[in-house]
Design a protein around this ligand. Structure first.
Ligand code: BTN
Length: 253
């Protein structure tokens, strides 16, 4: 059985986010779906919602997110959020997670945690408006122990491979307060101050990549707002949309 350090997390985070609560549920359809339901019903208090099991976990681009009890960390953080510019938010979240969890974790634009060219975790960000207030729900799934590929072209990576004693609870405790600090900084200063740190972990930079909307070119790093700079046959351009996925077509240099 997983031990959840809910009280320690609450002690670290509530000075940063007044009214903050932590909830751990044995099972729910999806922590993102639940916090979005609450936001639409006007319940916007800052909440960390952790699920031991999700029966309808959701990934980006309408994909399902599968996880097995005990083998992964699945949670969402919902809070009132009003940045001047939302661009680069998923990059800021990924960077915060990677920096909290392990020096060797890479980042694949726009929001995957990678290790040794395999996906270690993903981020699903959704926004809701409740009255005058805008609310963000940041959903995070991280593989803790290896699991079978289940139809994926590459088997996923797991945190245990880099941090052998990692548990879902220990990982959550490490990443939570830094994540909240990152969000509060992002709200004031945006993505630009984080760009150099993201680029230090950028697994696509310098590689030939393909986007799901048909572009192919060399990844050149990021713009100040967090767009992916791509050198294609027709020149340099930027990929902005969070509705695309990108995959490397060249091996790591
Ligand atoms: C992706 O890489 O496609 C994003 C995956 C996000 C999964 C997490 S698990 C917790 C939260 N609840 C969900 O239904 N999805 C996110």
């Amino acid at each position: 059985m997983e031990i959840w350090p809910a009280e320690s997390i609450w002690e670290q985070v509530s000075p940063l986010l007044p009214g903050f609560t932590v909830e751990v549920l044995p099972e729910i359809d999806s922590t993102n779906t639940e916090l979005m339901r609450r936001a639409r019903a006007g319940r916007t208090e800052p909440t960390l919602l952790v699920a031991e099991q999700q029966t309808a976990g959701r990934g980006r681009l309408g994909r399902p997110w599968q996880s097995a009890v005990g083998d992964s960390l699945t949670f969402s953080l919902g809070l009132p959020f009003a940045p001047q510019d939302w661009s680069g938010l998923s990059l800021a979240v990924g960077l915060s997670l990677a920096e909290s969890l392990h020096p060797d974790i890479g980042l694949k634009w726009p929001n995957d945690l990678w290790w040794q060219d395999r996906k270690l975790g993903g981020i699903l960000i959704e926004a809701a408006t409740a009255g005058q207030q805008s609310q963000v729900v940041i959903g995070i799934g991280i593989n803790i122990r290896p699991r079978p590929a289940e139809g994926l072209s590459t088997p996923p990576a797991a945190l245990n491979e880099l941090w052998p004693e990692a548990t879902a609870g220990a990982a959550l405790l490490r990443l939570c307060a830094p994540l909240v600090r990152t969000l509060l900084d992002f709200e004031r200063y945006g993505f630009a101050p984080l760009r150099t740190r993201f680029e230090a972990r950028d697994v696509l930079r310098g590689r030939e990549v393909q986007t799901s909307d048909g572009l192919q070119g060399q990844a050149l790093g990021l713009s100040a707002s967090g767009a992916l700079r791509l050198l294609t046959a027709s020149g340099e351009g930027e990929v902005h949309s969070s509705e695309v996925s990108v995959r490397p077509v060249s091996p790591r240099a």
